[in-house]
Design a binder for this molecule. Structure first.
Ligand SMILES: Cc1cc2nc3c(=O)[nH]c(=O)nc-3n(C[C@H](O)[C@H](O)[C@H](O)COP(=O)(O)OP(=O)(O)OC[C@H]3O[C@@H](n4cnc5c(N)ncnc54)[C@H](O)[C@@H]3O)c2cc1C
Length: 292
């Protein structure tokens, strides 16, 4: 591992000053579950590692029925998975956070790190895309707000400038009669990375008619992918078996998978088809059970 400076500031102002003054590459650190292996293997060679864990604002996790959910960039997957209001109102996100690595990993791994690492297989991102999350970013030129969907540019690449960091993610309040779900396929039950993942969100009218649908995929494209074709096909329709099957087919068509050591491209498309249908079925089941 190449030597680097390490700082652990306690305020956001201090972080921004350090980012602005830095000569070489700076890497924020939260849980280090992605970053430390990357440093060890020489895949990242920053001059400065900035530990964000001592900044109280970044550790905030708050739910308000009018404002929605605010997740500070250093909030852990464990905190999100265990939060009663997240489990109740944003089920897909709680499910995804509980799938990351293992209990030990979830206790260190942050939602912000999962986002900023920008892996196409990041589990918490597709649910956040379905839930219309927005990212709040701070840097030398002030603060800016972006739809999370626009945050990713490719594997390991985000819109963050060198002097910027992710501060928090905000998710709007859930719509009435809505439900969400995240499913992924991994050969092992734990400590594995998605071969494919699907998040679904549906909003129903008084019956089984779909007012809005959102679908997002993991591990089948260079970045997390929404599926507007399938969403449009579901909107305004009764969510019967045929509608769900068609949505699965459209999602499979939208996927841009590669073949790698974890699965072939065609296999991944099939997974997307099946997981999409199952995720939609689970949303319907949650609504029927009165969970939302
Ligand atoms: C054994 C193991 C199993 C895993 N299993 C899964 C899994 O099942 N699903 C999954 O999605 N991931 C998995 N991961 C990956 C990892 O745990 C997650 O991506 C995790 O959420 C990263 O969070 P972190 O706090 O550890 O990030 P860190 O490693 O601290 O940071 C990750 C990257 O984001 C940058 N960064 C962090 N915070 C900010 C910020 N606020 N602003 C700007 N940049 C920032 C860092 O500089 C770094 O480049 C696994 C990792 C391991 C080691």
């Amino acid at each position: 591992m190449r030597a680097f400076d390490y700082r652990a500031p306690t305020t956001l102002t201090e972080v921004l000053a350090l980012l602005a003054q830095a000569k070489g590459e700076v890497r924020p650190l939260v849980g280090g579950t992605d970053l430390i292996p990357q440093l060890r293997e020489g895949r990242k060679r920053p001059a400065l590692v900035l530990d964000l864990k001592r900044i109280p604002d970044l550790g905030r996790l708050e739910y308000d029925p009018d404002m929605g959910l605010r997740i500070g960039a250093a909030v852990t997957c464990s905190a999100v998975a265990a939060h009663p209001q997240v489990r109740r109102h944003y089920a897909a996100l709680a499910q995804a956070a509980a799938l990351v690595g293992s209990r030990a990993i979830q206790n260190r791994a942050s939602i912000g790190g999962n986002i900023c690492n920008a892996s196409p297989s990041a589990d918490t991102v597709p649910p956040l895309l379905c839930l219309s999350a927005r990212a709040f970013v701070a840097g030398g030129r002030g603060q800016r707000e972006v739809e999370l969907e626009r945050f990713f540019q490719g594997p390991g690449k985000t819109i963050l400038a060198k002097d910027e960091l992710l501060v928090e993610v905000v998710v709007p309040p859930p719509a009435k009669r809505s439900a969400s779900c995240y499913l992924r396929f991994t050969p092992r039950a734990e400590m594995d990375i998605a071969v494919a993942g699907v998040a679904a969100l549906i909003v129903l009218d008084g019956g089984r008619q779909c007012q809005e649908a959102r679908l997002a995929l993991a591990a089948v494209a260079p970045r997390p992918l929404r599926v507007p074709t399938a969403e449009a096909a579901l909107k305004g329709r009764a969510l019967d078996a045929q509608a769900l099957e068609e949505a699965g087919e459209l999602a499979a068509q939208a996927a841009q998978p590669i073949t790698d050591i974890r699965g072939g491209a065609e296999y991944r498309r099939r997974l997307v088809r099946v997981l999409t249908r199952q995720a939609l079925e689970q949303c319907l089941a949650a609504l029927q059970a009165g969970q939302r």
